[in-house]
Design a protein around this ligand. Structure first.
Ligand SMILES: NC(=O)c1ccc[n+]([C@@H]2O[C@H](COP(=O)([O-])OP(=O)(O)OC[C@H]3O[C@@H](n4cnc5c(N)ncnc54)[C@H](OP(=O)(O)O)[C@@H]3O)[C@@H](O)[C@H]2O)c1
Length: 211
């Protein structure tokens, strides 16, 4: 059975997603950076591959027909890592997917990347990196789902989201984003789709069944 490569699997969203996907019976391959990260996944029957976005990770794509990108350099590193991981790592993941015959790519992007200059100054380079990665994906031959969550929280998942910015709050739980990735994989649409995501009132399954 073809696998779903998850890049950034050991992150906050990545770990939740891999556990939920394994429970749902999806065939996941988790890409992590170190041996010590292996046990969390293997305990759930999730296959692990070692790979670093700043090195050659082409072997990770072998036998995969879908890719989830939820890696990120995080706020504790500098602009150099934003370029190398969030931008160039994402572009190399898209290119590797094209070369290996992947059919569907799920990108965890960010809300409002379309307008980097409207973001707080310290966030603008990150928004540019995410925007350019999204654009590269939309220009690829891959079918894509681009998820654009608002500010991530570690709140318990509600199983309900909204896809319009209007409404209360700019946050979404990592758990809800992880559920959205599972549903996006279950319902890969025939065309590219870009979905803003915030906590809300619409059952997640409904959002992806209808797009
Ligand atoms: N924070 C927010 O409010 C926010 C809002 C919207 C969108 N996002 C996006 O949401 C996504 C996931 O967020 P999160 O909170 O789950 O992130 P996270 O917990 O920081 O996880 C990011 C993962 O990326 C991995 N990573 C970093 N550099 C890598 C490299 N060179 N090679 C391979 N993997 C690498 C990390 O590996 P290690 O575990 O080894 O460090 C980590 O597992 C990111 O794309 C982020 O940009 C975040």
């Amino acid at each position: 059975m073809s696998k779903i490569l998850t890049i950034g699997a050991h992150g906050g969203i990545g770990r939740l997603f891999c556990r939920k996907a394994a429970e749902a019976g999806l065939p996941i391959r988790a890409m992590v950076r170190s041996e010590e990260q292996r046990s969390y996944f293997e305990a759930q029957g999730v296959e692990v591959v070692l790979g670093d976005l700043e090195a050659d990770f082409s072997q990770a794509f072998e036998g995969c027909d879908q890719v989830v990108f939820t890696a990120g350099s995080g706020g504790a590193t500098g602009g150099d890592k934003t370029l190398l991981v969030d931008l160039y790592g994402a572009i190399r993941s898209i290119r590797g997917s094209e070369e290996r015959g992947v059919v569907h790519f799920v990108m965890v992007s960010a809300l409002r990347v379309e307008s980097p200059l409207e973001a707080p100054p310290a966030m603008r380079h990150y928004m540019v990196a995410k925007l350019l990665a999204d654009q590269r994906l939309l220009e690829s031959g891959l079918r894509s789902t681009i998820l654009r969550p608002g500010r991530l929280t570690d709140d318990a998942g509600s199983g309900r989201v909204r896809t319009e910015i209007e409404g209360e709050g700019f946050g979404i739980s990592r758990s809800n984003v992880a559920d959205c990735i599972v549903e996006a994989l279950r319902h890969p649409s025939g065309s590219n789709r870009v979905v803003d995501l915030l906590d809300g009132n619409v059952p997640i399954a409904e959002v992806f069944a209808s797009r």
